[in-house]
Design a protein. Structure first.
Length: 366
């Protein structure tokens, strides 16, 4: 499919995929209407709750090889995109590429060794460094000095995800997008139906995540919980993962001395508040990572549903007048560039990108 010039396009879903596609289509000269069931400034999208890590090496150990391939693509694409976005006045970059650090307590060092073995099996030329004792503290001085071993995955990065979403919204407004928030919709080829009326377009793009479940039964939500804390007592230059037999805690630095802490992945579509058990596990693990976190203030407790298919990978379904993109699971910022540019290449009539076969239509529920 090749779009005609100045096509009229509707995008449903104002999360990460919806904003990126709307932005890129506006830059190509199309007229784009973006529909969001909730708020655009304070979205309920998983991308708002997420930590924003671009960590292909960390993910290849627990995900499909294609997640690694598309993650490498993301590491190249994000800086290019962000250079074209208005930077918010936070004093912090939207994208940092200082690597990510994996550590383990002495009783859990087997977890670290197993991760390294599996990483080497998956990616023989993976760039990482083993760190010992003083090397760890030289890299991250505020870590608990009891850590004696770690792995630095040198090429990984992380985004200031909430400010990325804010910057995208500012760009959409500046480029003249027609924005419809608090507007749930149902979709059909070339048609968007709101509570009041039906609108026709040359093309409709469905990026609603879990919000598309009513029309796409193969989509499921996977509960994830995070804590947001703030403290001036701890400084981290990169995401840190604590290896543990039951979970991998991750701590990601954000502007204004804030950190996002997460680890939970629960097969449930429950959106009730963070459980006591999760809060205790996250908080206690955070304390052991750096005891100075004990005086951190909890400023946010986030719960959201990651949109997923049964294989936990993203898929794009194309039909005349309607394209559906969904299933980013917990890899949103890692895989979104590949999904977006796969769709744009199709619409621009360009050759398929190398990972096109990994984004075939989603498998159906059994």
């Amino acid at each position: 499919m090749t779009l005609t010039a100045h096509a009229r396009i509707a995008v449903a879903g104002g999360g990460l995929l919806g904003r990126l596609l709307t932005w890129q289509l506006l830059r190509r000269g199309h007229s784009v209407s973006l529909y969001e069931a909730g708020s655009l400034s304070e979205p309920k999208a998983a991308a708002w709750t997420a930590a924003g890590m671009i960590a292909p090496l960390s993910e290849v150990v627990v995900s499909e090889r294609s997640a690694y391939t598309m993650g490498l693509y993301a590491l190249a694409q994000w800086p290019e995109w962000l250079a074209s976005l208005p930077a918010p006045d936070t004093g912090s970059p939207l994208f940092s590429r200082n690597g990510s650090l994996l550590v383990a307590h002495s009783q859990d060092l087997s977890e670290l060794r197993q991760f390294e073995q599996e990483l080497h099996h998956q990616v023989q030329d993976a760039r990482y460094r083993r760190l010992y004792g003083r090397e760890l503290l030289d890299l991250e001085p505020d870590l608990n000095p009891q850590f004696q071993q770690g792995l630095l995955l040198e090429d990984e990065g992380h985004l200031d995800n909430r400010n990325v979403l804010r910057a995208l919204l500012a760009a959409l407004t500046a480029l003249g997008a027609e924005l419809h928030e608090h507007t749930p919709v149902s979709l059909a080829p070339q048609c968007v139906t709101t509570e009041r009326e039906t609108h026709r377009y040359d093309l409709v793009l469905d990026c609603r995540g879990v919000g598309a479940k009513a029309q796409h039964s193969a989509v499921r939500g996977v509960r994830g919980e995070v804590l947001g804390v703030q403290t001036t007592e701890v400084t981290l230059q990169r995401p840190v993962r604590l290896m543990h037999p039951r979970y991998q805690l991750y701590v990601v630095p954000k502007p204004n001395h804030c950190f996002v802490i997460g680890a939970t992945q629960i097969e449930s579509e429950d959106l009730s508040p963070v459980s006591l058990r999760s809060s205790l596990e996250l908080s206690s693990a955070l304390y052991t990572l750096a005891p100075a976190f004990a005086e951190a203030r909890i400023i946010d407790q986030g719960v959201n549903l990651r949109p997923a298919f049964m294989d936990n990978m993203p898929h794009v379904t194309k039909s005349e007048g309607l394209i559906t993109a969904n299933g980013l699971f917990r890899h949103g910022y890692l895989l979104a560039p590949a999904v977006v540019n796969h769709i744009l290449a199709y619409l621009d009539g360009e050759p398929e990108l190398p990972f096109a076969d990994d984004l075939t239509p989603a498998p159906e529920n059994p």
